[in-house]
Design a protein around this ligand. Structure first.
Ligand SMILES: Cc1cc2nc3c(=O)[nH]c(=O)nc-3n(C[C@H](O)[C@H](O)[C@H](O)COP(=O)(O)OP(=O)(O)OC[C@H]3O[C@@H](n4cnc5c(N)ncnc54)[C@H](O)[C@@H]3O)c2cc1C
Length: 448
């Protein structure tokens, strides 16, 4: 849908006078900055295909962000924020056209407390750059998506949920990760607000619908020299048991991924030998390697320690985990799509029941996570696309077996989460974006 073209033209003329602001309006730019990785979902591909920004802006300062916010509020033109544009649910696709604002030039690490490891960073900083900066003080990120090399920290908080590190640190919305935010309101006279941890929660995973984040205060973790370890198992049940034993052992893990053998066979050549076995991928602290080796040998698994992650250039086990698995499989065959769920306990009967009914159309990819403080298994299975009807049947069956689905084939914050409207998110939108112009159509609680 296109927003009133005249209003956008007037807005563009007004923005030409703003310092430290780039305006981009070529067709190529409008196309490029109106997409993300939603094409992993055939359902979303159909819905987002025709959505396009009418103007793209790139501020270099917070003052320029405020000028854009003011101009959009005065002209009643929708404004959608974009970090690196790696989201999977079209989070930064401008459903109603208008302006897309690229946040990538705000990327300074403003402060890093060497004692606590608490860091204040601007929204557009790439996670890889932030992690490098933390490393200089003996710290590291607690959580990151498998897109950590290209994704921004603001986009991760506003659009992501967890990933590498979730086996130890749970998910982004768990209290303790996000300690505060600096944000700009969308009003004719925008306000620059400093939110404490409680008020910041409403903007955490709200798809940029209820405030423009300009900087974040985050906790970090002491740096560990993670070792890359793979264990191959010929039997799936054994592999799941080993995965759970590793999660429950007194070893420090940063990643605990299990891939079905059909997925292992579809991984890129740099990922290791193609064996006809299921593969457990671990990032483990140096003092935990011998314990993993002992646990693996008790179940007859074949372990390989690839050495320290830091000794490797380029892609590593991180790029075989979380949604990168889907990426690699789709590069082989774009008929693969995926689902995301928290498995009920005990997990094995559910996995077996679903495999029995869906056969080769469902390939298991499990991730060890900490959920509400407990060690659990999440699943990001590859699903062969047949039809929307088949996908819905699968989702319903997973739910009926007790899985909690985080549906990656829907548009709104609520439908992709627990399906519940979060009153705090809606109230924050009322306070910060009274005209409902930020990323319209993505917050169900506001629309309804
Ligand atoms: C192969 C692949 C693997 C992935 N793996 C993971 C994973 O492991 N875990 C995970 O959580 N996600 C994952 N993702 C999704 C995505 O890469 C991450 O969530 C990433 O952190 C998003 O960051 P981004 O900078 O690309 O954000 P964008 O996609 O640009 O934006 C995401 C959302 O944040 C909003 N936003 C951006 N900047 C701001 C701001 N300054 N203020 C307010 N709102 C803002 C946008 O409007 C949008 O709604 C994966 C995606 C792909 C394609």
């Amino acid at each position: 849908m296109e927003h009133a073209p005249k209003a956008v033209q007037t807005l563009q003329s007004a923005l030409e006078a703003v310092d430290e602001l780039d305006l981009l309006s070529t067709t190529a730019d409008l196309d490029r900055f109106s997409r993300d990785a939603y094409d992993y979902s055939p359902v979303l591909e159909e819905q987002f295909g025709s959505c396009r920004a009418q103007l793209v802006v790139r501020p270099h300062t917070v003052a320029a962000v405020m000028a854009v916010a003011s101009a959009c509020a005065q002209a009643s033109v929708p404004l959608t924020l974009r970090g690196a544009g790696t989201g999977n649910y079209g989070q930064c696709v401008p459903l109603q056209g208008g302006v897309v604002m690229l946040m990538g030039e705000l990327r300074a690490v403003r402060a890093l407390d060497p004692t606590t490891g608490v860091v204040e960073v601007e929204c557009g900083c790439l996670l890889k750059d932030l992690d490098r900066e933390l490393a200089s003080q003996g710290r590291q990120l607690r959580l990151m998506p498998s897109t950590w090399r290209s994704a921004s920290v603001g986009g991760f908080i506003a659009g992501g949920s967890g990933g590498i590190g979730s086996v130890r640190w749970g998910f982004l919305r768990d209290p303790g990760h996000l300690l505060g935010l600096e944000m700009v309101t969308l009003e004719p006279k925008p306000r620059l607000l400093q939110l404490d941890a409680s008020d910041a929660e409403a903007l955490n995973h709200a798809y940029g619908t209820n405030g423009i984040i300009t900087a974040l205060t985050l906790s970090s973790a002491p740096r560990v020299d993670w070792q890359e370890v793979c264990v191959d198992c010929s039997d799936w049940r054994t592999a799941v048991t080993l995965m759970q034993r590793c999660q429950q052992a007194a070893v420090e893990l940063f990643l605990c991924t299990l891939l079905d053998q059909a997925i292992v066979a579809g991984l890129p050549p740099w990922s290791g030998p193609a064996t006809a076995t299921h593969r457990l991928l671990l990032l483990v602290s140096p003092d935990g390697v011998s314990t993993v080796e002992r646990l693996a040998s008790t179940v007859g698994g074949t372990m390989r320690c690839l050495g320290a992650e830091t000794s490797r250039q380029g892609n590593g086990l991180r790029e075989l985990s979380w949604n990168h698995t889907t990426l690699h499989m789709r590069q082989q065959d774009s008929a693969w799509t995926y689902l995301q769920m928290l498995l009920p306990q005990p997990e094995q009967p559910v996995l077996e029941a679903l495999s029995k009914d869906w056969g080769d159309d469902l390939l298991w990819h499990l991730e060890g996570v900490r959920h509400a403080g407990a060690a659990r298994l999440a699943a990001i299975p590859l699903v062969r696309w047949r039809s929307q009807d088949a996908l819905e049947r699968l989702i319903n069956q997973c739910r009926s077996l007790g899985a909690v689905i985080f549906n990656p084939h829907v548009i709104t914050v609520e439908d992709g989460g627990l399906g519940i409207i979060d009153g705090d998110q809606v109230a924050a939108k009322q306070r910060h974006d009274p005209g409902g112009l930020l990323n319209p159509g993505k917050l169900k609680g506001w629309t309804s």
